[in-house]
Write a protein that binds this ligand. Structure first.
Ligand SMILES: Cc1cc2nc3c(=O)[nH]c(=O)nc-3n(C[C@H](O)[C@H](O)[C@H](O)COP(=O)(O)OP(=O)(O)OC[C@H]3O[C@@H](n4cnc5c(N)ncnc54)[C@H](O)[C@@H]3O)c2cc1C
Length: 385
């Protein structure tokens, strides 16, 4: 039974809200209400994610978020009964283009300077790693051995289960319809099940975050953008465990997905909006890219029933927006732009520090403040997938 006043209310129980609840609990803050409008946690973007985790980014901020997440995931794997599914199968970026190869080499040097486990690979080394792919045209690639995969709902459930065990309260089937205000501060949430007061409310509403922010009068530049995954039919021509393969020339990503292979591609023309429906015509876009790099998949065909779509929650500079909103009592943890699962652990950890200790001690997240948009201090991530 939920009470009517809490220290902290979290709006949205996806991987971000559950991670925050878990790390708040670890800091001894358990007077927390986690409100979710659906029956089950994690049915939003979290359930649609590809589960990739990588530190091969182009900004120090995104690299640091990944490295902290990897460290926390290692600790969780050792500590938890539940499985986060962190599997270090690697991320393998490839190119057959000499200019892109120059960029990739610069990226590798930058990433290595910032503590990323990443190395350049020759065409022969790539062929050794992925003999099932066409590699004769390649110039080089980069491989991050600590990169790989997480089970998005596994991670979320691991966090939620532990948070519940520590005493936080979970309220499903409850839509937040407004935020409570007093003297210019946010003092709680209004739901279909009644009002709940809190000292702090945190927006963890994923691709719906803009709507929650509007309730506080905060202009949050986060838009939903559809992202689709095409899944092939079963194939035994690809090993059961392969890295996330990123063909930087075509923009195609490939990974094992059950008995088939999951193929992702970020359509630059995709309009913003809540569109969660898989478009079969997307296969026409992906198939030529697939056949160019993985002709071996031609026989596998495409499984329409297993292919899916979901929404990224995209910020203008492809970095998360974490911390104070500018309105007292109202905090943000939004806009992960396709990195929300891989950065959930770091985000929950540092925001919990900020809420409980008054400051994010482990990582300087000041550059992720929403103020950066008004101040014109945008970050610039080049490795957007
Ligand atoms: C196809 C696809 C592939 C992806 N691949 C990757 C990947 O490889 N790696 C990676 O790191 N990320 C990936 N992502 C991105 C990742 O899924 C998201 O960044 C992440 O899940 C965001 O988590 P969240 O908790 O913020 O959002 P969500 O999981 O969407 O959770 C938000 C929750 O808020 C709830 N909510 C919203 N409004 C209200 C309200 N008014 N009242 C109460 N509750 C509310 C929703 O019901 C929802 O449960 C991918 C996304 C997609 C769509």
């Amino acid at each position: 039974m939920s009470k009517s006043k809490y220290d902290i209310i979290i709006v949205g129980a996806g991987v971000i809200g559950c991670s925050l609840a878990y790390y708040l609990g670890k800091l001894g803050c358990t007077d927390v209400l986690l409100v979710e409008r659906e029956e089950f946690a994690g049915t939003g973007s979290t359930s649609k994610a590809n589960g990739g985790i990588r530190a091969q980014f182009s900004t120090e901020m995104n690299i640091n978020m990944s490295l902290l997440s990897m460290q926390l995931l290692d600790a969780m794997e050792a500590d938890m009964l539940s499985e986060t599914g962190y599997r270090k199968a690697g991320y393998l970026f490839l190119t057959a283009d000499s200019q892109r190869w120059q960029i990739l080499q610069k990226n590798i040097a930058f990433q290595q300077q910032h503590g990323v486990t990443v190395e350049p690979l020759s065409r022969q080394q790539i062929a050794g790693k992925i003999p099932f792919a066409r590699t004769d045209d390649l110039i080089g690639g980069s491989f991050g051995a600590r990169d790989g995969f997480i089970d998005p709902n596994g991670l979320m459930n691991a966090c939620l289960t532990r948070a519940l065990a520590m005493g936080i309260t979970y309220l499903p089937n409850t839509n937040v319809i407004d935020l409570l205000k007093s003297d210019g501060s946010i003092t709680g949430v209004r739901t279909a099940a009644g009002d709940f007061q809190a000292d702090m409310a945190v927006n963890c509403a994923g691709s719906w975050a803009k709507e929650i922010a509007e309730m506080a009068g905060v202009d949050l530049p986060v838009e939903p953008v559809r992202r689709q995954i095409v899944v092939t039919g079963p194939t035994d021509k690809v090993p059961r465990v392969i890295p996330m393969i990123v063909d930087t020339d075509t923009g195609l990503l490939a990974r094992r997905e059950g008995d088939g292979v999951g193929l992702a591609y970020s359509n630059p023309d995709e309009p913003a909006g809540q569109n969660w429906i898989f478009d079969p015509e997307f296969i026409e876009v992906v198939a030529p890219k697939m056949l160019e790099r993985f002709p071996v998949l031609e026989d596998a065909g495409i499984d329409f029933r297993l292919s899916w779509a979901g929404c990224y929650e995209v910020s203008p500079d492809h970095h998360a927006i974490i911390g104070e909103s500018g309105v007292p009592g109202f905090y943000l943890c939004n806009g992960f732009s396709g990195h929300g699962v891989m950065h959930a652990s770091a985000a929950g950890f540092v925001l919990a520090e900020m809420l409980v200790k008054g400051r994010a001690e482990t990582l300087d997240i000041a550059p992720l403040s929403v103020r950066r948009f008004a101040d014109g201090k945008l970050l610039h991530e080049m490795n957007v997938l």
